[in-house]
Design a protein around this ligand. Structure first.
Ligand SMILES: Cc1cc2nc3c(=O)[nH]c(=O)nc-3n(C[C@H](O)[C@H](O)[C@H](O)COP(=O)(O)OP(=O)(O)OC[C@H]3O[C@@H](n4cnc5c(N)ncnc54)[C@H](O)[C@@H]3O)c2cc1C
Length: 377
């Protein structure tokens, strides 16, 4: 099978899993033999079950779920899958559409996504620190979010950063704590070892056909006395080496949606809404109790019995908070947005500085400190 064929089949499988293509149409397009020989019967059956299940779930949308995840991007795809695995009723709401575009599946044309229809391409206010350049910031607006349009470079954060967070009080975030999670996600082509995982949902490999300048670059680094790393996600040290990429053995992109969400879409307790915008977080007192969403031109309120989890990305999560009346009081007033939380707020803390923890719990009745800090006078 050639690469183009693999990409086309993956896109079709995505359409099946979204309920946009039924078995008859799928088999008539690819042929019965190709359908099972390429994916194995279980993957095709899983996608068909996912498509049928999601159609049913959307037709019987509930007014309450245990958890509502806003955004099915890199983080939202994992969270929705994990929550549904726990047995909870989970709703995941994505503003973008399905992820079956060839620019997603085919790694070699990923850059066509930038500035294209799957990118929010937000204009960035010119800053003197960036020489007042005018440009747009790329952000995925599609199922899988950034993980569907990005460059697929698989690089872990620095060990010292994780350890620094843990030292400053972020319990459970030391590198030794997160390493097992990194490993469990991976299916590293080099096999499992102290640093790497194998058998996980994301196939990771080195570039198979690097551009000729790449070995020249590494050779130049060697000549300058820099250590050459066999594995850039191995023991952390400075050096030069080939990047890792989250690309499947068949040469197609492995996004978070493909790796985590798609296998969960056949669960009856998971509902995915596409092309649906969350326009506001609903508060009852200081508790976030649900969301207001806009779909097909209609506005609906859906309640979360346990939690609303904001996974709309680094720009849209705080934007949604502000539109919901959680933010710097001065900024909200200047835009005539009513403040949702009572102003028993801490002075002087910027919204952007506290954006890391986006889960609002309303169990137990108190709001987390970081949420209190969002509303500043
Ligand atoms: C062009 C590009 C190249 C990149 N290259 C790499 C790379 O090579 N390696 C790497 O590790 N990282 C890369 N990144 C970064 C990486 O993709 C992001 O860090 C990651 O996707 C962020 O995950 P997230 O879940 O926070 O947000 P996202 O993945 O952006 O997900 C947020 C989701 O929320 C949805 N959403 C937003 N607002 C709403 C709303 N109101 N209602 C409902 N849904 C909403 C969005 O449509 C989106 O799908 C790249 C990013 C881009 C854009």
């Amino acid at each position: 099978m050639n690469q183009k064929h693999n990409e086309a089949l993956q896109s079709l499988l995505d359409q099946v899993a979204m309920g946009r293509l039924d078995r008859r149409k799928f088999v008539s397009m690819v042929g019965a033999a190709a359908a099972t020989s390429m994916f194995g019967p279980s993957l095709l059956e899983q996608a068909l079950a996912a498509g049928a299940n999601q159609e049913e779930r959307r037709a019987s949308l509930q007014t309450h779920y245990d958890f509502i995840v806003v955004g099915a991007g890199a983080a939202g795809s994992v969270l929705a899958a994990e929550l549904s695995a726990s047995g909870a009723q989970a709703l995941v709401i994505e503003s973008g559409g399905p992820d079956d575009a060839p620019t997603i599946t085919n790694p070699s044309i990923w850059f066509y996504n930038v500035g294209g229809p799957l990118d929010y391409h937000l204009p960035v206010t010119p800053s003197p620190r960036l020489n007042n350049r005018k440009f747009n910031m790329a952000l995925g607006h599609v199922l899988g979010g950034g993980s569907s349009i990005n460059a697929m470079v698989w690089t872990r954060g620095m060990q010292r950063d994780f350890d620094g967070w843990a030292k400053n009080g972020a319990k459970g975030w030391a590198f030794a704590d997160v390493l097992p999670v990194f490993k469990s996600q991976e299916d590293w082509e080099g096999g499992a070892n102290t640093w790497r995982g194998a058998g996980g949902p994301i196939h990771i490999r080195r570039p198979h056909d690097p551009h000729p300048t790449a070995p020249a670059f590494i050779e130049a680094a060697r000549e300058m006395g820099m250590p050459i790393l066999d594995d850039v996600n191995g023991p952390m040290r400075p050096g030069a080496g080939y990047i890792n990429m989250n690309i499947a053995a068949d040469g197609t992109r492995v996004s978070a949606a493909r790796a985590f969400l798609r296998p969960a879409l056949s669960r009856p307790n998971l509902t995915l809404l596409l092309n649906t915008n969350v326009v506001k977080l609903n508060f009852k007192g200081a508790r976030c109790v649900g969301v207001k969403l806009m779909t097909d031109g209609a506005v609906k309120d859906i309640a979360a019995d346990k939690e609303v989890i904001l996974a709309a990305g680094a720009i849209n999560s705080p934007k949604l908070l502000m539109l919901s009346g959680v933010g710097e009081a001065k900024a909200l007033r200047s835009r005539r947005i009513p403040i949702a939380l009572s102003p028993r707020c801490i002075t002087g803390t910027g919204l952007h500085a506290r954006q890391t923890r986006n889960t609002f719990s309303h169990e137990g009745g108190s709001i987390p400190t970081n949420l209190t800090e969002f509303c500043v006078e």
